[in-house]
Write a protein that binds this ligand. Sequence first.
Ligand code: KIV
Ligand code: ZN
Length: 388
Amino acid sequence: MMKKIKIFDTTLRDGEQSPGCSMTIEQKVKIAKKLDEMGVDVIEAGFAASNNRDYEAIVKISKVVKNATVVSLARCNKKDIDKAYEAIKYAKHPKIHTFIATSDIHLINKLHMSKEQVIQRVKECVSYAKEKCHEIEFSLEDATRSDKDFACQVIDTAIESGATTINIPDTVGYITPCEFIELIDYLKKHSRLKEVEISVHCHNDLGLATANSLAAIKTGATQIECTVNGIGERAGNTAMEEVVASIKTRKDYFNASTNIETKEIKTISKMVVEATGSIVQNNKAIVGANAFKHEAGIHQAGVINNSLTYEVMNPKDYGIYEDNIVIGIHSGKNAIIDKIKKLGKNVSSYDIDSIVIEIKQFFEYNSNFSDEDFINILNNHKIKILSY
Ligand code: KIV
Ligand code: ZN
């Protein structure tokens, strides 16, 4: 049976935590509405206890979101949990997301707590959160660098105390895909993890966030935490567009689907760029300016005949409608002919070979090439029809 993978979007929480990415309440509400409309299952709207603006934004988002579950992050303490619930209580589907670190590095250097104290805290706080809200996600921060048996103990404690989702974060982007599969397999075998929803939350420090998230699907994760354009702490989080497109394009392999209306992906990407000022690199998968563009003659010849030669996705499925054949120094006759046709002109009226030569000469001295430049060159190479 085809699995459904839930998309948990944390653009408004982890995404916003990246330097220079803070958003106004209005921007956050607008983005949350769009995420809801496009089928995101869970929206992490912020971290209510961290500041008033986050709190206000979560309250507003909770009131306007129609379908998605609305989540606030909370550290594992009663004050944070109270604040989180205060903010999400207006939502149709509220959820508290509470977390505590489980790696020795964090216990010793940050929390100054023993393992026993952590277990005790998880028990107290998850049960406390459960009294307020039925849906509870519990995260083991830095899970991928934690002692596996301790992680199992923490997971069991959180589940016994009422957690409905357990999140295994790769907080520092350290693990690799095969190891992540092994880790989740181990946790499933030695704890009650299988009894609840398994979520993963990966960071991109080694450029592996998407690969790790996808690997986790193969071993039973049914929720992926991600952000639009992959924004987030340091090198970012798993990019929503990348996991969604991978699951859609390779459903033969994942035997899974998401609820995302992929045609909205370009729009939400632009909205997040506009709100955060965090631009997307040209070669970024799916949403980068060049993600579906072809300049090389050999590729253009293939794509013009059949896009499957060099495209594994249809750009229109992701809301990208612009012309993907770009005239450049590497272009050949096929692209020139294609462009002439797209301009509604008659190909047989032009000397194509000499146009190709002039275009290559043009790019020796220029880098931008407009339609106007193209038309000027065309006009220089009209075939003269001799009349007798
Ligand atoms: O990266 C992380 O571990 C987090 C948790 C709060 C889930 O963002
Ligand atoms: Zn994170």
